[in-house]
Ligand binder design. Structure first.
Ligand code: DC
Length: 226
């Protein structure tokens, strides 16, 4: 089998991981795997059932009834199927962001999703983004990048994303949500958000999107012929 290249991008919420990873994947002809969307699908499923993400027994009881599939449309966009239903857009709300963060702390949930993530990387060249890709999911990734930015910059970017969708949200609220998720994601006992020892740190606070892409290509180009 031909050698596959894997690029792991980790970092806190709103650091620009998915925007950048999607653009790079398109340019390089790689699969893009947004792993946060998988956790969001779990959170959305449990939410529909009225199960709190903090209810350990409830979460464990209903996980068996959930089948998740990742599909890609002709534009390369990742779609999330929850028991066959496309929930790609439904999982993008502030409420589901928080619930995904809480549900992702469960050992059983992380275990269930691990193989699914690794299976894609076995077959294809991938750019995968998340919180634990370089540390847990793909510890042997060809390139690891830890993408970050100040909480204020990340909140501003999130606000602009909401504005682009016609949704008005208060800056203070977005900042608070981001800080709360940062705390939850980086202090959980299993697979917390943290920079892998061999990851390159890239702070994007002062960079625009083309600037981040250029910096990423420089880092990637040191390990993978572009
Ligand atoms: O990347 P995102 O904001 O869509 O992720 C939503 C939540 O899912 C995030 O707050 C924590 C969790 N997550 C995780 O625990 N591990 C990953 N690899 C990706 C996301």
């Amino acid at each position: 089998m031909a050698k596959t290249y894997t690029i792991a991008i980790d970092g806190p919420a709103g650091a620009g991981k998915s925007t950048i990873a999607r653009a790079l994947a398109k340019e390089l002809g790689y699969y893009y795997v947004d792993t946060g969307a998988i956790y969001r699908t779990v959170a959305y499923f449990l939410d529909l059932l009225g199960i709190s993400p903090k209810d350990v027994d409830g979460v464990e009881r209903y996980l068996d009834e959930l089948t998740i599939q990742i599909e890609y449309d002709e534009t390369g966009k990742q779609h999330m199927l929850m028991n066959g239903m496309d929930v790609t857009d439904d999982i993008r709300t502030p409420d589901i962001s928080q619930k995904a963060s809480l549900v992702s702390a469960h050992a059983m949930v992380r275990h269930m999703l691990l193989d699914m993530q690794r299976a894609v990387a076995k077959k294809h060249n991938v750019i995968m983004d998340g919180r634990d890709i370089g540390t847990v999911v793909l510890p042997k990734a060809t390139v690891k990048i830890f993408l970050t930015a100040s909480a204020e910059v990340r909140a501003k970017r999130r606000m602009d994303e909401f504005a682009a969708k016609g949704q008005k949200v208060a800056f203070e609220q977005v900042l608070k949500d981001i800080q709360q998720r940062d705390h939850q994601d980086s202090t959980r006992p299993i697979a917390p958000l943290k920079q892998a020892k061999d990851a390159v740190l890239l702070d994007t606070s002062e960079l625009d999107i083309p600037g981040v892409i250029a910096a990423m290509k420089k880092i990637i180009g040191e390990k993978i012929p572009l």
